[in-house]
Design a protein around this ligand. Structure first.
Ligand SMILES: C=C(O[C@@H]1C=C(C(=O)O)C=C[C@H]1O)C(=O)O
Length: 274
């Protein structure tokens, strides 16, 4: 059976709720985890199709193919990729920033923004995503996903939104995660990929058309207020059209410039690039 990864955050609920409620049929064993775990499991060959951090794809593009027409993105503010601050950003020069161990893309995005937008050079210390512990030891802390949404709601600390800054700097949307198909799955089950692509298109449509059901499900998972969830699900984009594809390739170019990638990378999208 298809081993399908699922990010353990609200951001993919509008896609996966159709599968878990059986509104869109898909024979799969679901494996949920934070992005860093899915990245690792995919590269170890333990997942056939899964969302992974876009930078994790760029680090090993030979591991597989990108699923067409789907990503985890935002065009400007993203609301769940936040740098919480004990001091103004300008005072971070030469300091160490705590970064969540759950992320890969956003850690690189932070480095790009620090070097290219703020012209500040910092060190980065990976830590478990616990805001008060992070800020007790370091002047700033990066959180993503539900950790960031909950921390913003509960801790009331100053923060900057990395999606907003990326848009200020480049004018582009930011693609945080891509769904990828493992090369072993392509070799053995390529005839099944078409139906998985179709299932994801259906589930995405289902999520758009059943927004209140998705919000009800989100309320069961977390304590966030309904208006915040409504806004969040409007903010997160799942596109991977030509403009998003160009945007993620620009992100890879910057990543190479700050030495977070050995060289720039182009996407290899299933059904589009051969
Ligand atoms: C917008 C988000 O997208 C994501 C951010 C990721 C990363 O930083 O590596 C990976 C997967 C997505 O969950 C988020 O988690 O807040």
């Amino acid at each position: 059976m298809l081993r399908l990864g699922k990010v353990d955050y609200l951001n993919v609920l509008p896609i996966y709720h159709a599968f878990s409620s059986r509104s869109v049929p898909l024979e799969a064993e679901l494996v949920a985890g934070v992005p860093a775990l899915l990245n690792q499991k995919f590269l170890a060959g333990e997942l056939d199709i899964t969302p992974i951090s876009s930078i994790a794809y760029a680090r090993q593009p030979e591991a597989g193919w990108v699923l067409p027409d789907i990503s985890i993105s935002a065009d400007g503010e993203v609301e769940s990729i936040l740098l919480f601050l004990n001091c103004p950003v300008e005072e971070l020069q030469g300091k160490t920033i705590a970064v969540t161990t759950s992320s890969a893309t956003s850690v690189v995005l932070l480095k790009i923004l620090m070097e290219r937008y703020f012209h500040i050079s910092c060190s980065y210390q990976p830590l478990q995503p616990n805001l008060s512990e992070m800020l007790a030891q370091y002047p700033a802390a990066l959180l993503i996903g539900d950790d960031a949404l909950l921390a913003r709601e509960n801790c009331k600390r100053p923060y900057v939104d990395l999606g907003f800054l990326w848009k200020e700097m480049t004018g582009l949307p930011m693609v945080y995660a891509l769904w990828v198909i493992h090369r072993d799955y392509v070799q053995s089950k390529s005839h099944q990929i078409g139906s998985v692509v179709e299932a994801f298109q259906q589930s995405r449509r289902w999520g758009m058309n059943h927004r209140s059901e998705v919000i009800r499900e989100a309320r069961k998972i977390c304590s966030l207020p309904t208006p915040l969830l409504e806004r969040y699900f409007d903010t997160i984009r799942y596109d991977l059209d030509d403009s998003y594809r160009k945007a993620v390739e620009v992100f890879f170019d910057y990543a190479a410039q700050v030495k977070a990638l050995p060289a720039p990378v182009k996407l290899k999208v299933w059904g589009v690039d051969g």
